[in-house]
Design a protein around this ligand. Structure first.
Ligand code: CA2
Length: 148
């Protein structure tokens, strides 16, 4: 099983700016935590980060031919991007939306997500662990562990 991890705009700044909101871990640290969890789960990962919406849409389309699902932190695109929603729906692979911060407890505009209602699940507010929990949930679901 292979899962793509998608980091949206500005997430490469992690650990270097606004640690009071996003914590001290860098994007490399987040990816290392995911790689370790993936090894324990016996799944393969592919990582992608871009500051450009179109590049993310192209990646989702291309990667959908080789991955079983996506763990996505859409960053600011969460609150704006009908196109990312359309791309994720179009490729027909399950995805989990994850956020480092608890977006429900921040500015009102961060409460709206264009992706949450079509996601397999959403994890908010646990820092890098949000990604790890999202990966676990997605893999469980793909393996059928959550079927009624
Ligand atoms: O909490 C999250 O993971 C967010 O997706 C982060 C986005 C924000 O727009 C969402 O509302 C919630 C911001 C990503 C920018 O990342 C930075 C990291 C460090 C310093 C500055 C920006």
């Amino acid at each position: 099983m292979k899962i793509a991890i998608v980091h949206g705009p500005n997430l490469r700044l992690l650990g270097r700016r606004e640690p009071e909101i996003y914590g001290p871990a860098s994007l490399t640290d987040v990816n290392a935590a995911l790689a370790s969890e993936a090894q324990a789960l016996g799944v393969e990962l592919e990582f992608f980060q871009s500051n450009h919406e179109g590049e993310i849409l192209d990646f989702v389309e291309d990667a959908s031919n080789r991955v079983d699902g996506f763990v996505v932190n859409p960053a600011g695109l969460t609150h704006t991007s009908v196109s990312l929603r359309d791309a994720l729906l179009a490729v027909g692979r399950p995805f989990v939306e994850v956020h480092l911060s608890n977006t429900a407890a921040r500015e009102p505009f961060r409460r709206r997500s264009y992706l949450a209602d079509v996601a397999a699940g959403v994890v908010l507010g646990f820092g890098p662990q949000s990604y790890v929990l999202g990966l676990r949930g997605l893999v469980d679901q793909l393996r059928g562990a959550n079927r009624d």
